[in-house]
Design a protein around this ligand. Structure first.
Ligand SMILES: [Zn+2]
Length: 83
């Protein structure tokens, strides 16, 4: 009899949420990008995906203003020591 795929059990295993939500919850807990798994620090996504998500939301909501205090911008400016 074939054994079923084993998954690591943790606090998210028994939650009534989708597989994707669980994956994201784990990534968030581990300080990783919820889309690609790269180290993301305090943000929920890496800088690249943070920017992508931000622009996607902007398009969806039709926003005109930019909130320069938000996580993504702060990370961007922290990374740009040259320029
Ligand atoms: Zn990413």
């Amino acid at each position: 009899m074939k054994s079923r795929k084993k998954r690591p059990r943790d606090e998210f295993s028994d939650l009534p949420i989708s597989r994707q939500s669980r994956y994201r919850a784990r990534q968030r807990r581990d300080g990783r990008c919820i889309e690609c798994g790269a180290p993301a620090g305090k943000a929920s996504r890496c800088l690249r995906h943070l920017t992508l998500a931000r622009e996607r939301e902007r398009k969806r909501l039709g926003l005109k203003r930019r909130y320069f205090g938000s996580m993504g911008y702060r990370m961007e400016s922290a990374n740009q020591t040259f320029q």
